[in-house]
Design a protein around this ligand. Structure first.
Ligand code: ACO
Length: 709
């Protein structure tokens, strides 16, 4: 909201009123008061209850307007039917933020009541969190204004959650996992404040090192992407999103749409923004804990130390998946480890001391790795052996971890074995150490840490855009809409591409044999001819296409044949003429699609055509706008990308021109708001320096004049 209250007052309120505060145990108004008082809130606390008196030993006010001092935040926990009236009173009082715990609004169909509440709040320049939430915890002022557990552990992780129940569970889980929170905020119905408002503060909040967001649905996606792109360079953002629904895809009108299932798009877009998407709560929690506590690796030199060959291989595979480079300098590794490990061990990375070695050898080897100036991260793997004893191992791991972590080394431990080993891992975790039961879980944590280092190194680049003739394009759309069409005819689409400077085959519409022949002679052979009729959509089925025509005679014959076929196919069809176009040589078939996504606004899709898109669904997505590097990464994301580089002796393709066209298509959908879908399929890409050419295009437009993004 423009000119709204300072978001700082939301996370660091100087005074809080609890509307619905209660002395009756079991009520939410009681639990809120209990959590706020026992949490040691640093500001002024005002319980509000029509009975007055005292609540939790604090003077209660009958109405918020009775309070003399100012109120930064009002927490509302009274039945839904009374909320609007209280919101109005809060407005009169000059409250800045409303945290509405109460349920019973848009989530159960009571959208009108919710709308009125938001409208009223807006008229007083108040912001609303919720309704239908469990509240907010903020470590800055020791405010636990939630009805979740007491005694939240203070720390460096901020959690934003759309699910209330899960949020409460997460507070409990953070405590057991030894994760400290800087804040946790429940978003609920997002009637007003959403992720964007909170991220704005968290980006610069020095007590937050890592952000975890649990998301169910996205509103205001374009703004969110902008903030995520910025923030993910400063601090790591982990997202857990529920729902791998295909509903969005079902409703889609175009091919691009049907491939752009909401989950695929979400996945790609999060990657684009530098956000780490966790597959599960457990994975997300492993990541946030590791990211919050572990120093960033100073280089790419990673070493695995193991006493088991098998888990060493598992870890190596996982490193490949997460793009973690393992140090590969045999001489250096030999020199570093030969005195620590037994003669039958291996100094090739993974450094394998074998199962026969004692705890002492394990410790010596770890120390050798951690003392090295050239090794910046160490993955310590351990397979249970006969000599395993929990306490000495726990002690050794703790000592090593504390010593070397404080010296900036990136280190984690994965211990695999029976009950005693698992207990050891649990206890290490509870003490805040990066200990894991699974090898894969540990490596995935290193993976996000490495990716965050890359994010930090990423420069902010200029948005890639092209010049397009918007006015000319708007006229084409007006014309189509005036004829009641939500799509463009091929000539119109071609004209639009011309206005955007996207290369199309040379063509014209002939209305007589003479026009066809004269034009073809000027254009040069070979050419193709196609029927132009809005009543004939499938031209080939109607016998309305002739390919590879080499001379004047063939053009004359084809003209007559196409007209005859079309009339036989549909005697009532209105024939506008015959399109004569240059015949383009076969290039590598690609597909470029652009559409307006319901959550993220305009998105761009790229894939290789033919079976790659039809069968393998090998496509990739990015949200617009993009810089040139992002466009390039969109190409590289498809599995069939090597075909563009040229395989089996084929020449490499004109990637530069392909990128130019993608930028132009992106500019088209962003600048011309009435276009809903663009699909160039196929776009032929020729050898390097030989360009690209649109072979077929489909453009859909919105019937309404004004389209909001
Ligand atoms: N101003 C101040 N106090 C008031 C007002 C008012 N206008 N009206 C009533 N009160 C007082 C009541 O007198 C009562 O105090 P008392 O115990 O001293 O009598 C107190 O406020 C609470 O009112 P009740 O009528 O007793 O309401 P109750 O506590 O039963 O329910 C609640 C209120 C909890 C907000 C309920 O309506 C509700 O929405 N529950 C669901 C909350 C929820 O789950 N939110 C989503 C969380 S996320 C998740 O899924 C976990």
């Amino acid at each position: 909201m423009e000119n709204g209250p300072d978001i700082k007052r939301f996370f660091e309120p100087r005074s809080v009123a609890v509307i619905g505060a209660s002395n009756v145990e079991g009520k939410i108004g009681y639990k809120l008061m209990e959590n706020i008082t026992s949490g040691g809130y640093k500001g002024e606390l005002y319980p509000i209850n029509p009975r007055g008196g005292e609540i939790f030993g604090i003077k209660a006010y009958q109405q918020i307007t009775d309070i003399e001092g100012s109120v930064d935040m009002a927490i509302i926990a009274i039945p839904a039917s009374f909320v609007l009236e209280e919101v109005r009173r809060c407005g009169e009082k000059g409250v800045s933020f409303l945290t509405i715990i109460t349920s019973g609004f848009s989530e159960v169909g009571e959208s009108e009541l919710e709308r009125k509440i938001v409208e009223t709040a807006k008229s007083y320049r108040m912001r609303i969190l919720g309704p239908n939430i469990f509240g907010i915890y903020s470590s800055k002022v020791d405010l636990n204004a939630t009805f979740g557990p007491k005694g939240v552990k203070k720390g460096k992780v901020a959690i934003i959650t759309q699910s209330g129940a899960l949020g409460i569970a997460m507070i409990g889980k953070t405590a057991t996992e030894g994760i400290g929170l800087s804040t946790i905020v429940s978003l609920g119905n997002k009637s007003d404040m959403d992720e964007n408002d909170l991220l704005e503060y968290l980006a610069n909040d020095n007590s937050t090192k890592v952000i975890l967001a649990y998301i169910e649905g996205i509103t205001n996606g374009e703004t969110l992407l902008g903030s995520l792109k910025k923030i993910s360079r400063i601090k790591p953002v982990v997202v857990i999103k529920s729902g791998r629904s295909k509903r969005g895809a079902l409703a889609a009108a175009s091919h691009t749409g049907s491939l752009a299932g909401s989950d695929e798009v979400f996945d790609s877009v999060m990657k684009q923004c530098g956000v780490f998407r966790a597959e599960s709560l457990d994975e997300g929690f492993n990541w946030i804990k590791f990211l919050a506590d572990t120093p960033l690796p100073k280089s790419n030199s990673c070493v695995i130390v193991t006493n088991g060959g098998g888990i060493g291989v598992l870890a190596t595979d996982a490193c490949e998946k997460y793009n973690i480079e393992l140090m590969d300098e045999p001489e250096y590794l030999k020199e570093t480890f030969h005195s620590a490990i037994p003669s039958f061990g291996s100094t090739k990375n993974p450094i394998d001391i074998t199962g026969q070695s004692s705890a002492e050898v394990y410790k010596k080897t770890l120390i050798a790795a951690l003392e090295s100036n050239r090794i910046s991260s160490v993955m310590a793997l351990y397979c249970q052996t006969a000599d395993f004893k929990k306490e000495p191992y726990k002690e050794m791991i703790t000592l090593i971890h504390n010593e070397y972590m404080s010296r900036g080394k990136t280190i984690a431990f994965s211990l695999v074995g029976g009950r005693e080993v698992e207990e050891c891992v649990n206890e290490l975790k509870e003490n805040g150490l990066p200990a894991f039961k699974g090898v894969y879980e540990m490596v995935s944590c290193f993976g996000v840490l490495h990716r965050f280092s890359e994010n930090k190194a990423r420069r902010e680049m200029e948005i890639a855009e092209s010049e397009i003739d918007v006015e000319r394009i708007e006229n084409i759309l007006d014309n189509a809409l005036s004829e009641g069409r939500a799509f463009l005819l091929s000539q119109e689409a071609k004209e639009m591409l011309d206005a955007a400077d996207i290369p199309t085959p040379k063509s014209f519409v002939a209305r007589s044999i003479e026009e066809a022949v004269n034009g073809a002679e000027d254009m040069g052979y070979p050419i193709v001819m196609k029927i132009v009729s809005r009543d004939i959509l499938h031209k080939s089925d109607a016998g309305g296409v002739a390919l590879d025509l080499e001379n004047k005679e063939e053009v004359m014959d084809a003209y007559q044949l196409i007209i005859r076929n079309a009339k036989n196919y549909d005697p009532h069809a209105k024939i506008d003429g015959i399109e004569v176009a240059e015949m383009i040589p076969q290039g590598l078939e690609t597909i470029i699609g652009a559409r307006r996504d319901r959550s993220f606004g305009p998105i761009l899709m790229f894939g290789l055509g033919g079976i790659y898109v039809e069968v393998m669904k090998d496509v990739s997505f990015r949200a617009l706008p993009m810089d040139r590097e992002e466009v390039y990464s969109l190409l590289k994301d498809v599995r069939s990308y090597p075909l563009l580089l040229g395989v089996r002796g084929e020449e490499s393709k004109d990637i530069e021109e392909l990128i130019e066209v993608m930028i132009k298509v992106g500019t088209l959908i962003r600048k011309v708001k009435r276009i809903t879908d663009i699909e160039i399929n196929p776009l032929f890409v020729f050898g390097r320096g030989k360009g690209v050419k649109v072979v077929d295009i489909r453009i859909m437009i919105a019937m309404e004049k004004e389209v909001s993004e």
